[in-house]
Design a binder for this molecule. Structure first.
Ligand code: DC
Length: 226
């Protein structure tokens, strides 16, 4: 029987890489819950709901039910892409303007409530792999398999550094480590749905594991439960 696989963890830990590969092999749908928070953030930017970086809570609340997010499989690229009210926003939601505003958007209670509802609807048919921060704790507390991914800040910083250098961006390692530690602190100390390991989640510390080893680890656990 199909199950729900919840993969939570810190930023830049490689959650989405593992989640996508697991979904592909099992024939499950991969759902990137971070993309949903990014889509709401993009909606705010486009509709002038965050002038000067300050979110207009009243206006956003009155429009929150108009924000519909879907994931559509692109057979050419062989991946799911994020659609905001019918428009493909997969690339736009990865831009720095969105990344800079997504943290304050994701701490708003009514935003989380609306997105959790949409996430639960997507999980109704089971057969999904969803990654995020609160999937095993809040969205699907009864998920068939919960993984909590982690890696040392230094290793995550090194991965982020290599990624940036590959893109031709000049960066300082100390700045990256600080940014990662700041995000960890914000994610795990926020009042609503903070990032924390669910009691029944299995830890995957991938500091010294290859992609293949991580995949094998999760697939073995999934197959025992399906
Ligand atoms: O995984 P990501 O970097 O794309 O997530 C973007 C932001 O959304 C990140 O700041 C944390 C937040 N987020 C969240 O609060 N809850 C989730 N389930 C997923 C992401």
């Amino acid at each position: 029987m199909d199950i729900i696989i919840a993969i939570d963890g810190y930023s830049s830990c490689g959650k989405s890489t593992v989640a996508k590969e697991v979904a592909k092999i099992l024939g499950y749908t991969y759902i990137d819950s971070g993309a949903m928070y990014r889509s709401v953030t993009l909606y705010c930017l486009r509709n002038n709901l965050a002038p000067g970086g300050v979110i207009d809570l009243e206006k956003l609340q009155s429009q929150i039910d108009l924000i519909k997010i879907r994931f559509v499989y692109n057979p050419e690229l062989q991946k799911h892409e994020t659609f905001l009210n019918g428009e493909n926003v997969e690339e736009e939601i990865r831009r720095p303007e969105v990344a800079n505003l997504v943290s304050p958007v994701s701490i708003i209670g009514f935003v989380r409530e609306a997105l959790v509802k949409q996430q639960r609807d997507m999980g109704e048919q089971k057969g999904i792999v969803m990654d995020g921060r609160d999937i095993g704790t809040v969205v699907f507390p009864d998920a068939g398999l919960k993984i909590f991914m982690t890696a040392s800040p230094e290793i995550r910083a090194k991965r982020r550094y290599d990624e940036m250098v590959a893109k031709g961006v000049q960066v300082d390692t100390a700045d990256i480590i600080k940014n990662i530690q700041d995000r960890d602190r914000i994610d795990s100390t926020r009042e609503i749905s903070p990032l924390r390991q669910a009691d029944d989640a299995i830890i995957l510390d991938n500091s010294y594991l290859t992609r293949e080893e991580q995949l094998e680890f999760v697939l073995k656990l999934a197959k025992e439960r399906i």
